[in-house]
Design a protein around this ligand. Structure first.
Ligand SMILES: C[S@@+](CC[C@H](N)C(=O)[O-])C[C@H]1O[C@@H](n2cnc3c(N)ncnc32)[C@H](O)[C@@H]1O
Length: 263
């Protein structure tokens, strides 16, 4: 019987955010760990999280290389190479744990790898252990709610540019801008121009020992500086004019509860 390819979500960097289910899976000594890295020179951030958690890898573990590129052919080649690396182990009945930074179903390489493996052998199961993603952890660290009551939220990679983000603005109370590194200066100009700095938070490598956070006007300090690929922006659109709520979960007529202090 074939082994299972597991997507193990590790949370965004703080080992305390590894779920109990992931932790239990990582205790198994009979599995093979694989983890993504951009190149042989760049250490795997996912592997670093488990090392910082004090978890010892099983005897068999290896890095899989996935280049940072939009070139579809190069990416497909990398997914195929990775799938061909894990397939013999899976066919030999071994369980393979693919370590994922954040949540394994959120902008993660795991989905591509799982699809490629299943295309080569549809008997292989590829379940995910869900985890904490970078943007909810970032909201917690920045002490800002991700969403409240009827708030609308958009989570978008900044790759589509400032004009795409601008188009979303009228409809969303919270914008989560992922992969902001390549256009950070343009985004900062836009936040300033649209008077959005007040409700904005930049968070880099949330949960890691070298985490950095900038809120409000502090974000201006980042202009022209180099930031990590692992950084994002939370933008709260505090002055958004909302449309009428047609039907919500709250009854319009219900009075607010009166809280009285008791001795
Ligand atoms: C390929 S996505 C991975 C998302 C991840 N699977 C998750 O659930 O959050 C990479 C982008 O996620 C964001 N990101 C991931 N980890 C982060 C971290 N520790 N701190 C800040 N942003 C992070 C950044 O915007 C980065 O460019």
């Amino acid at each position: 019987m074939s082994g299972t390819l597991w997507g193990i979500s590790l949370g965004p960097g703080d080992p305390g955010l590894i779920t109990r289910a992931a932790w239990e899976a990582l205790q198994r000594r009979d599995t093979i760990w694989v983890y993504p890295a951009r190149s042989g020179k760049t250490p795997s951030y996912a592997f670093d999280i488990v090392v910082r958690a004090g978890l010892a890898p099983p005897p068999e573990h290896t890095q899989l290389l996935f280049p940072m590129t939009h070139d579809g052919e190069k990416l497909a080649r990398a997914w195929l190479r990775a799938a061909e690396t894990v397939l013999p182990w899976l066919r030999a009945g071994r369980d393979v744990l693919f370590l994922v930074e954040g949540d394994a179903s959120t902008y993660a390489t795991f989905g591509h790898l799982a699809r490629t493996v299943r295309a080569l052998d549809d008997s292989i199961a590829t379940p995910i252990i869900a985890g904490v993603n970078a943007f909810t952890a970032a909201c917690a660290m920045a002490d800002v709610p991700f969403a409240e009551q009827d708030d609308t939220v958009a989570i978008v990679p900044a790759a589509y540019g400032v004009s795409a983000v601008e188009r979303l603005l009228p409809d969303f109370d919270t914008l989560v801008l992922m992969k902001v590194k390549p256009i950070l200066d343009e985004l900062i100009d836009w936040l300033e121009r649209r008077a959005l700095l007040d409700g904005s938070h930049f968070i880099e490598r949330v949960g890691a020992p070298d985490e950095r956070r900038y809120s409000g006007a502090e974000i201006l300090q980042l202009r022209g500086t180099k930031v990590s690929y692992l950084s994002l922006l939370i933008v709260k659109h505090n002055h958004r004019i909302r449309g009428e709520r047609i039907k919500g979960c709250l009854k319009k007529s219900s009075p607010l509860p009166i809280i009285t202090e008791t001795a």
